[in-house]
Write a protein that binds this ligand. Structure first.
Ligand SMILES: [Zn+2]
Ligand SMILES: [Zn+2]
Length: 348
């Protein structure tokens, strides 16, 4: 038997997304069929649908911030029940045998993880298809439980934007009273503010746009500073334990480094496609650190979701219909979303 699925796909790098029908095979013994309720629009969906990173596979059904309900199960699935609310993030497979996978750091799988869309399944070499669709079939090891009480639309972006900012905070060890800077207040930044706040940190949003000040406070930041204002920046020198840098374009990292305390850490989670100019002085003089971080492993993603369930944290979302996807892409590129578009799967 096959599972008929409706969704939206990009047929080429230059065409808008249009309605697209495809099929899944019934779940294999370790797989789960999920009826998708909501899927977030991540900026990386747009980069890949437009082939801005190269190597894109078309037709492409994007989407890796997926929340839905279990519809059917393979014969060996033990972790999930029909009807349960679940999520799928950026990965659907990894080798499960390398050192990284053994530590549940599947995102750093030494053989490379299989992305939820725009990738090829390890065995069949068929292209993966994401969450801009009514259904998805996924290995149970890559399915997460969504805690009761979380709004499903608001929970969808936790699967990428949430874990991307949670994981480095856990790695660095954010604790109560620490001073955390969040550079850039977009989809990633707004999750970083909420999560840092939930750890009891003192949060400052560092932004280039004064219009974000009220939102920063509303989201839970204690302070706001304009990166263009030199006086404000000078006052914050040697101030932060950690700065989460969410800016996905070329920008001045040296300014951010100067704001770190001795041994403070600058974590890059936004990916600029152009190299950044790094002045080594800023690192050496205060033994500062700069690191990158990619999403999070499956175990840690579940931990993040449970944390969000306990603290009632979801993303601020604007729910749209499938027919609005292309318009939402334009608005996301222009930064006109507060803070994530989420597609309602009933609209396909
Ligand atoms: Zn994403
Ligand atoms: Zn691996």
């Amino acid at each position: 038997m096959t599972i008929k699925t409706k969704g939206y796909a990009a047929k080429s790098a230059t065409s808008p997304l249009t309605p697209f029908e495809f099929e899944y095979q019934d779940p294999a013994e370790n797989e789960i069929q999920i009826e998708v309720e909501f899927c977030g629009i991540c900026h990386s969906d747009i980069h890949q649908a437009r082939d801005e990173w190269g190597g894109s596979i078309f037709p492409m059904v994007p989407g890796h911030e997926i929340v839905g309900k279990v519809k059917s199960l393979g014969s060996r699935v033990t972790k999930f029940k029909v009807g349960e609310r679940v999520g799928v993030g950026c990965m659907v497979e990894s080798c499960q045998t390398c050192g990284s996978c053994k530590e549940s750091l599947e995102q750093y799988c030494e053989k490379g993880f299989t992305p939820t869309y725009n990738g090829l399944y390890r065995e069949t070499k068929k292209p993966t298809k994401g969450g801009y669709a009514t259904q998805i079939v996924v290995d149970q090891n890559f399915v997460l439980k969504i805690p009761d009480g979380l709004d499903p639309a608001g929970a969808a972006p936790l699967l990428c934007a949430g874990i991307t900012t949670y994981s480095p905070m856990k790695f660095v060890g954010v604790s109560r009273g620490q001073k955390i800077g969040v550079l850039g207040l977009g989809g990633l930044g707004h999750m970083a503010v909420k999560l840092a706040n939930s750890f009891g940190a003192e949060v400052t949003v560092l932004s280039g746009s004064p219009s974000k000040k009220d939102d920063a406070k509303r989201l839970g930041a204690q302070h706001f500073a304009l990166t263009k204002n030199e006086d404000e920046m000078t006052k914050l020198e040697n101030h932060f334990d950690l700065i989460i840098d969410t800016v996905a374009a070329k920008h001045d990292v040296n300014q951010a480094l100067e704001l770190l305390k001795r041994q403070g850490t600058l974590v890059m989670v936004g990916i600029s496609d152009k190299p950044l100019d790094l002045g080594v002085f800023g690192l050496v003089m205060k033994r500062r650190k700069i690191m990158g971080s990619l999403i999070g492993g499956i175990r840690e993603t579940q931990e993040m979701l449970d944390h969000c369930g306990k603290h009632k944290i979801t993303s601020d979302v604007e729910v749209i219909k499938a027919a609005q996807i292309n318009e939402a892409y334009e608005r996301t590129v222009k930064g006109q979303v507060r803070y994530r578009f989420v597609i309602d799967s009933k609209s396909y």
